[in-house]
Design a protein around this ligand. Structure first.
Ligand SMILES: *Cc1c(COP(=O)(O)O)cnc(C)c1O
Length: 262
């Protein structure tokens, strides 16, 4: 039987604190190496471990291994974990997936950060709920840099107008931009997405009100974070390379057509 090449690398399931710790150490090492290649200070790159589908016991292992901020794609899943692990009072949550307006109230209640802001109705709903809770929230604006219809996020040419509208929402602390690159193992197709996000960020800094607030570039995942760092990422969102391959298809988390990232 001839071997069919794998569509994606299988990541070994990390099922002990030691394995999670070793994966984290390996990723930090790779972050440092990518920073060295790009002549960047590694302290300017934040690792956001992504814990979607990871159960409570393994999340507690990640906490024991030092993780204090975790990314989750779905609000309900994150909210349930937050409630279950309320004893870990310094464990913070970042929502990194598309949000429906009617779920803004949950995000407002517990999240530290929301990275997928791409419409003003959600901004409005979040702001109102945050005011009620007496909280504020770090937000990143999601941009569709790959041009795929199936991706969430603003078109690049909408970002400046969108940024101009954000100061109206006082409970939202604008931090920067987020993107999912093209789902491809071809560097030549992936890197331009990262380059585009960086150039948009640089343009916002010049032209948007409070442009300095746009500092963060959240880009890069298990399969492409080193390229993202070389192109300026300040946050990399890494799940499978820490916790192991997910069994749920990515289409559960992303719109149809974006699954199958190698
Ligand atoms: C799941 C997810 C990631 C992490 O992807 P991995 O392949 O697990 O590293 C990054 N960003 C978003 C928006 C995600 O939903």
């Amino acid at each position: 039987m001839s071997a069919v090449p794998p569509i994606r690398p299988a990541y070994q399931t990390a099922s002990s604190q030691a394995e999670i710790q070793a994966n984290l150490a390996d990723i930090r090492h790779r972050i440092q190496a990518a920073c060295a290649r790009a002549d960047r200070d590694p302290s300017t790159v934040r690792l956001l471990p992504v814990s979607k589908t990871v159960d409570e016991s393994r999340i507690r292992m990640a906490y024991a291994a030092g993780c204090r901020l975790l990314g989750e794609n779905k609000v309900q899943e994150a909210y349930g974990k937050w409630e279950t692990m309320a004893d870990l009072t310094d464990l913070h949550w970042a929502i990194i997936g598309h949000l429906q307006t009617n779920k803004a109230k949950f995000v407002a209640r517990f999240a530290q950060e929301f990275q997928a802001l791409d419409n003003l109705r959600v901004a409005e709903a979040l702001d109102r709920r945050l005011q009620e809770e007496g909280r504020s929230l770090d937000v990143l604006v999601q941009v569709n840099t790959s041009g795929e219809d199936s991706k969430f996020g603003l078109a690049p040419d909408q970002v400046l107008d969108f940024a101009r509208a954000l100061p109206a929402y006082g409970a939202l602390r604008v931090r920067g931009l987020m993107t999912l690159a093209l789902f491809s193992s071809d560097e030549n197709h992936v890197r331009p997405c990262f380059v585009l996000l960086r150039s948009l960020r640089d343009q916002l800094r010049q032209e948007a009100p409070q442009g300095d607030a746009f500092a963060e570039l959240s880009m890069g995942m298990s399969g492409d974070f080193e390229w993202a760092i070389e192109e300026g990422a300040t946050t990399v969102r890494v799940g499978q390379a820490i916790f192991g391959s997910r069994t749920l298809p990515d289409s559960y988390y992303w719109p149809e057509g974006t699954a199958g990232k190698p």
